[in-house]
Write a protein that binds this ligand. Structure first.
Ligand SMILES: *[C@@H]1O[C@H](CO)[C@@H](O)[C@H](O)[C@H]1NC(C)=O
Ligand SMILES: *[C@@H]1O[C@H](CO)[C@@H](O)[C@H](O)[C@H]1NC(C)=O
Length: 206
């Protein structure tokens, strides 16, 4: 009985936030990039590594573009290519920093009915790499985690990537969950746009 309850809880939490990394315990309070400069962070980032997430499943060439709106919010455009069909997918979301004293702790959502998810910039140098972390816990009992390593280009120097992974491991993140994103054959222009929404596009994503 207790076991069934646990399975139910983990499955429920996972489907709620689209994360596939679900563990016991509350979210860690990782330190974020100090003096985060939102303006310098704008523009396009390419996904190099990610924690598995339902809403990114089966996609390659994943990228995100951040643009500042008049409201001070950030317009987020996530794009990818469906590996099976070759079709381009895209979704637009809204991000903002609820606390001006914590500009690296952003919230993002893609549908008005969604609770906004965390988008914490743990580390970035603005022109090469960015490390993003998102965690949601439920009553401090179960947590769902998402993480991304992003690059300003479709590749990231292996030495830079390794040092970021070492850093994250030292912080206490389980880096074994990371999966590489395929960023090859992306600029061949054969992708067809599609506004298909049949897959569930739950919550947050870089
Ligand atoms: C933030 O970044 C922008 C664009 O790179 C730059 O012009 C600005 O001076 C930076 N602000 C601070 C406070 O460093
Ligand atoms: C990445 O995508 C390219 C182009 O579609 C494909 O040729 C290659 O096999 C893929 N690599 C992996 C590791 O799936």
């Amino acid at each position: 009985m207790a076991f069934l309850y646990e399975v139910f809880l983990l499955t429920f939490v996972g489907s709620l936030v689209g994360a596939q990394v679900i563990n016991w315990g509350r979210c860690p309070d990782f330190s974020v990039e100090q003096n985060f400069n939102t303006t310098a962070y704008l523009g396009t980032w390419y996904e190099i590594e990610k924690f598995p997430a339902r809403f990114e499943r089966g996609q390659k060439c994943i990228q995100a573009t951040y643009e500042l709106e008049d409201t001070g919010h950030i317009r987020v455009t996530n794009e990818g290519i469906d590996i099976e069909t070759g079709e381009a997918t895209s979704i637009v979301g809204d991000a903002y920093a609820p606390d001006p004293n914590e500009p690296a702790k952003l919230k993002v959502r893609f549908f008005w009915w969604q609770p906004a998810g965390d988008y914490w910039v743990l580390r970035t140098d603005y022109h090469t790499f960015s490390v993003v972390y998102s965690c949601q816990d439920f009553f401090g009992i179960v947590r769902a985690e998402l993480a991304w390593i992003l690059s300003r280009e479709r590749t990231l120097d292996a030495i830079v990537l390794d040092s970021l992974l070492v850093n994250l491991e030292d912080m206490g993140l389980n880096i074994n969950y990371f999966q590489s994103t395929n960023q090859t054959g992306c600029d061949e222009g054969q992708a067809k746009p599609s506004w298909d929404r049949e897959e569930e596009h739950y919550l947050i994503f870089s």
